[in-house]
Design a binder for this molecule. Structure first.
Ligand code: ZN
Length: 148
């Protein structure tokens, strides 16, 4: 019986260090061989296709509101991550928006509650601190930081 569960054959494999024609062997849900791989219980022909290790979408707004009381985005963490997975995305980094009058900790807790148990791929969160860098916004950043 073959050791591999799946062989993806003939694709152009893209790794962190190179791009080349190679087969990919998968066993137990993990990549176990790259290059020429042996027999597998199932095979996919990737000829003419790129084989990527997984895409990270570092800018999503899932189940988000621009302002309190405003409509939420169309996708929540379940539908949004299912759609992402269908496109080859294995990780999303979502914005955890802090609304006026709420602490950063409250914003993070709210965001975690909306994501918990719904995402079907890996996910992480980020807030808007990185976007506020000058003038009045810098003052606000300081206030956020003092609330941590
Ligand atoms: Zn955005």
């Amino acid at each position: 019986m073959p050791e591999l569960d799946l062989a993806v054959r003939g694709g152009t494999v893209v790794t962190a260090s190179e791009t080349r024609l190679a087969d990919v062997g998968i066993a137990g849900g993990r990549i176990s061989a790259l290059g020429e791989v042996g027999e597998a219980r199932a095979e996919l022909d990737a000829s003419g296709l790129f084989v990527l290790p997984g895409v990270v979408d570092a800018h999503t707004h899932l189940d988000a509101q621009a302002l309190p009381g405003a409509p939420r985005t169309a996708d929540d963490f379940e539908s949004g991550t299912i759609a992402a997975a269908c496109g080859g995305v294995t990780t999303v980094v979502d914005y955890a928006r802090q609304h006026p009058g709420r602490s950063l900790a409250e914003a993070a807790q709210d965001w975690c509650a909306r994501a918990e148990g719904k995402a079907v791929i890996d996910y992480g969160g980020r807030d808007r601190l990185l976007r506020r860098q000058s003038g009045r916004r810098a003052e606000r950043r300081g206030r956020w930081l003092s609330q941590l």
